[in-house]
Design a protein. Sequence first.
Length: 248
Amino acid sequence: MGAPALAYGDAALSAFELDFLERGRRRRQPLGQGWTTQFEAVEPVRDFRWAKGVESFAGWYYCATARDHVGYESWLERDHLILMDRDPQVVGISSQPFWLHWHNGTRRRRHAPDYFVRLADGRGRVVDVRADDRVDDAASESFEAMELACRAVGWEFVRAGAPDPVFMANVRWLARYRRRRCLRWAIAARLLEAFEEPAPLLEGVLAAGDRLVVLPVLFHLMWSGVLAADLRGELLHDHSMVWKERGR
């Protein structure tokens, strides 16, 4: 390990390799060389599998942040994809961005994380999604290796489990209105006035106009964080208190 460590300044930068697709070409490079790649824009390194009778369910989610479809391999992965899409600090997301290769002292291992996220401040974040009760020894080793590799290049590493069910149900609902086409500026202005101080959801909607026209705008503003409500306490309903976020 001595010579590679001198080459990159950290043994981990040579002990790990990144295997990824860039503009349709397969590349495999030491971590110390490949980590500057824009992984938020790469193609998935493996296919998403649809199989009859299995518990997981793969699919494609239209990501408003990436303005493109991003893949997922389970409902839990999709939920976290939705949460990342709503996070204002996230500016780019890709799924299955690379294989991380390493040797654990006994055999060669590889692991493809679920997501690579680019943050607004330029930092990278690697996300692996796995419920707590599904983390076995092999997964633990993969996550530990991934965390070590991320630390070596200044990326964050997150192992994401199951989110709060009430909060997630509310955010899933708001995600239906994530696209910019739901935003109508004149109606948005009336809603911001109606919820300048906290008010019941339906009361503010009716003050802004026809509910069928206003509700999509309301939910888009809530998705965007311009308007807020207690998404963790209970499912959204007509009497949920809604308010304008200060500074927005």
